[in-house]
Design a protein around this ligand. Sequence first.
Ligand code: ATP
Length: 356
Amino acid sequence: MAGFDAARALAQYDPGKLTIATVCSHSSLQIFHGARREGFRTLGICKGKPPRYYDAFPLGKPDAFFPVHEYADLLDHAEELRARNVVIIPHGSFVEYMGTDNYEKLQVPTYGNRHVLPWESDRVRSRQWLVGAGIRMPEVIEDPKDINRPCIVKYMGAKGGRGFFIARNYEEFKKRIDSTAKYHIQEFVLGTRYYIHYFHSPLTGDGYTLPGGGSLQMLGVDRRDESIIDEAHRLGSIYELEEMGIQPSFVVTGNFPLVMRESLLGEALDMGARVVAKAEELFGGLWGPFCLETVITDKLQFKVFEISARIVAGTNPYITGSPYSDLIAPELSTGRRIAQELALATKLGALGRVCT
Ligand code: ATP
């Protein structure tokens, strides 16, 4: 983002012609659908030819495509995108495909706070942020020799759980570790996984208001479907699988809709509020959609193993609303909520407040 002043760029925009753009993947159907419902023009950034699958889903198809040879080429097209009044909506695949360095450098107004990236992508810093916000997290095992119960070993930068493995002791760790890669060991938290979708607006003052200003919504909850761990039991225990030479993996293939017991909602919202407050203190704030990835234990305690600071694909089951967003407004997806926020920011002359 070096030297890029989004507010200044937005001052040159025609506010009546804002175009919502994102990379054609991840949650783009939902983003385009929501933007269209709020009256925005939409632009789908794609590598090479526009993907044909949009023809099958016309209400989620962007008005136009913006093909690039490589995603990093977007850097050279910033002026053109600005001339088209483009606001970028980042999602996980957008950041991954462009690369974090390029994403940070992109000179196009982007919804959300790009300063969150170094805090989110570094496991040490994200722990500092979340623990600092009073969030309970899985224990970290610094020395693999101390593994004395089921632990999950994660490779740094590995997206979507690829290569992760479970080890019960040092022997199992040694057998499986790729020592050329940077890794991180956590206790494997036993419980049920809930991925909570929040939306923080600094521009609204009703609903679940926050002490630092604005309000927080909880738009939905999902659980990821992960291959092969989530169905591996069909062949036997993971240790029986190992005898067959099969390693469980944690690769996301889809998402299930979910609700949590109502008595947990108070804490879920409180956790979101504390994460927002700490973000304000550490790097200027967290607004728009974000997700806490949690395990709830049988003691009904949340343990948060990760934060995603933008729209997650787990919101996709809720294009026409979730059991939570239905209690806020009809047919409210996260994609549509983003568009509503941009419409409100435009009306208030506050686009520069919510874009970086
Ligand atoms: P992404 O960036 O897509 O969120 P990632 O590569 O950062 O993924 P994680 O989300 O940290 O990986 O973990 C991938 C999966 O591994 C989780 O969805 C969850 O099923 C499992 N997992 C991660 N940490 C733990 C833990 N401490 N205890 C139990 N399961 C875990």
